[in-house]
Write a protein that binds this ligand. Structure first.
Ligand code: SAH
Length: 373
C-alpha cells in the first residue's frame, strides 16, 4: 500500500528524498504544492524532474476528500458533507462574515463524549480522523472559492473532540499554521474548542500558539455533569484552575462557550456563578443560544432572556458575544452537525460513481440520520 504523502512530516519527506540523492529543499517544494497550491497529482509539480515525479507517484498517493453534498444557507453559510475513504461522513462549515471567512472543521467522525444537547453526540464515536483528513477539509473548502477569496480563520468546532484525538490534531495544526510549506494560516486565527480535557489543554498550550475555547455550559458540578459527562472526570474546579494557571500570552484571552438552555442554565444565579468562576481569568464569553436538532429535548431561551443573561455578565465587566446561529436553515449551526450514517454516505458515494445501490432509495434515506431529507 502506498502512503499518503500528506501524512509525512517534512523531515520524513527529507529522508525519503535523501535516499534518492535529491536535495532536502525539495521537501518544502513538494509540500508547497500539496498545501498551498492544492495539487491533486504529482504530474502538476512542474518544477520537479519527471523522474522524481515518477518516483513520488510510485511511493505515495495524494489524498482528497469526496465532497458528497454542499448545502448553501440563505445567510451565505455553506455546509459540506465529505466522504472519507472508508465510507464514513464528516461535515465542515464555511462561514462568511464581513471581514473574515471562517471554516469550521471536524476532528473525529462522530463523537464519544455524549454532551446532552449536541447532535454529533447521537452518532457516538466512529473514529478519529487522520491529520490529512483534518487538513484536507481546509483544502477542499478552499478549492470551492474564487481566486481572490481566502479562508482567513479556522475553528476546530465541528464534529468531534479535538483533544480526544490529540496526536493527529496537533499534526494537522502544525501543517495548517506552517507559513513556509504548510497552509499558512496564522495560529492567532485558529481556535480549538474543547469540552475540557485538562492534561491535553496544558499540552496544547505548551506545544502550539492557537487560541483556546472551553465549552463550559454550566456553573455547578451537578448541572455540568448532567449536560457533559466529561465533568465527572475533570470537575469544574479542576478545569477552571487549569485555565487560571495557563501561560496565555498577553493580549490573548481564553474563550468560554456557554450554550444557553432555557430553564436549565440561564438564570441570574447562573450568570452570577459564571462571573465568579471566571473572575481573574483573561477571558471572553461566547453565549450560544441553543440550536435545536432532531432528537433534542432542550429549548432556546427567548431573545429577551438571552439579552438579560448577556447584560448581567456585561455589568460584571466581561467581554461577551452572543453567537448568531449561522446556517441554521441547513442544520449547520453549532451543535447541529450530524453527518449521515456511514451506510447512507457510502450509498451516496456509489450513486455518484454510477453504481446502483439499494441504500440510495428515498425510503431508506428518510429512515437514516440525515438532516438533509
Ligand atoms: N468537542 C468540542 C468541539 C465542538 S465545538 C467542544 O465541545 O468544545 C461546538 C460547540 O457547540 C461546543 O461549545 C458545543 O458545546 C456547542 N454545542 C453543541 N451542541 C449545541 C447546540 N445544540 N446548540 C448550541 N451549541 C451547541
Amino acid at each position: 500500500m502506498k502512503a499518503n504523502i500528506k501524512e509525512l512530516a517534512r523531515e520524513e519527506l527529507e529522508s525519503w528524498l535523501s535516499l534518492r540523492r535529491e536535495p532536502r529543499y525539495r521537501a518544502e517544494q513538494i509540500q508547497r504544492w500539496l498545501f498551498q497550491r492544492r495539487a491533486v497529482a504529482f504530474a502538476e509539480m512542474s518544477d520537479l524532474s519527471a523522474a522524481l515525479r515518477g518516483a513520488l507517484g510510485e511511493s505515495f498517493t495524494i489524498s482528497r476528500l469526496d465532497t458528497l453534498r454542499r448545502n448553501d444557507s440563505r445567510d451565505g453559510t455553506v455546509k459540506f458533507l465529505l466522504g472519507l475513504s472508508d465510507g464514513l461522513g464528516i461535515e465542515s462549515v464555511l462561514i462568511p462574515e464581513p471581514r473574515r471567512l471562517t471554516l469550521c472543521i471536524s476532528t473525529q467522525a462522530g463523537c464519544g463524549l455524549g454532551c446532552a444537547f449536541c447532535a454529533t453526540a447521537l452518532l457516538g464515536l466512529k473514529r478519529n480522523l487522520r491529520s490529512s483528513e483534518i487538513v484536507d477539509q481546509v483544502l477542499e473548502a478552499a478549492r470551492t472559492l474564487p481566486a481572490e477569496q481566502r479562508i482567513t480563520h479556522v475553528v476546530l468546532m465541528g464534529m468531534g473532540e479535538p483533544l480526544a484525538n490529540y496526536a493527529e490534531t496537533l499534526k494537522a495544526l502544525n501543517v495548517l499554521t506552517d507559513a513556509k510549506s504548510g497552509v499558512g494560516i496564522s495560529p492567532r486565527r485558529v481556535t480549538l474548542s474543547t469540552v475540557g480535557l485538562v492534561p491535553q489543554i496544558k499540552r496544547l498550550i505548551d506545544e502550539t500558539r492557537v487560541n483556546l475555547a472551553i465549552s463550559l455550559h454550566a456553573t455547578t458540578d451537578e448541572a455540568r455533569s448532567k449536560l457533559m459527562p466529561i465533568n465527572r472526570k475533570y470537575s469544574l474546579a479542576e478545569l477552571i484552575e487549569c485555565c487560571r494557571a495557563l501561560p496565555i500570552p498577553k493580549r490573548r484571552r481564553i474563550t468560554f462557550e456557554y450554550v444557553l438552555l432555557r430553564g436549565v442554565n440561564d438564570t441570574a444565579e447562573d450568570a452570577r456563578r459564571l462571573s465568579r468562576l471566571l473572575r481573574g481569568i483573561r477571558s471572553k464569553i461566547n453565549l450560544i443560544p441553543f440550536n435545536p436538532h432532531p432528537g433534542s429535548r432542550f429549548e432556546r431561551p427567548a431573545q429577551e432572556e438571552v439579552e438579560a443573561f448577556q447584560n448581567w455578565l456585561h455589568a460584571e465587566g466581561y467581554q461577551i458575544n452572543v453567537r448568531r446561529p449561522r446556517g441554521d436553515d441547513i442544520q449547520a449551526a453549532c451543535g447541529q452537525l450530524q453527518a449521515m450514517s456511514s451506510e447512507i454516505v457510502s450509498s451516496e458515494q456509489m450513486e455518484r460513481r454510477g453504481t446502483p445501490h439499494a441504500g440510495a432509495c428515498p425510503e431508506r434515506k428518510s429512515k437514516g440520520l440525515t438532516p438533509y431529507a
